[in-house]
Design a protein around this ligand. Sequence first.
Ligand code: FE2
Length: 131
Amino acid sequence: MHELSNIFQSADWKKEKHVPVIDAPEKAKKGEKLAISVTVGKEIAHPNTTEHHIAWIDVYFHPEDAKFPCNLGRFEFWAHGASTDGPNTSSVYTHPSITLTFKTEKPGTIFAFSHCNVHGFWMNSHELKVD
Ligand code: FE2
């Protein structure tokens, strides 16, 4: 059987520009609104052109002991310099970085997934303690 988990790649985000970097605290209080951000290309910039760009970032939270993770948000980036004049002519480019706010009663794991239209699927995770 072909496993989806084998399709998502991960690496040290300081050396690999595709890895989504999760900026979140290590610890939160129960029910507290928590702002987190996810950025692709934080240390090494990723190209953002009509031909080569980050298409989306998807963020999940998997509460400890839950069977499935909860989708916190999906962010699609549509401005890559494309226009009716041709590739890379509009001068408008979306930077693949998002911020969202959520709250949880339980500790768990934040997962971030991203997709480069040339280099495929990438992921990262971040453990969150809650007290
Ligand atoms: Fe890429």
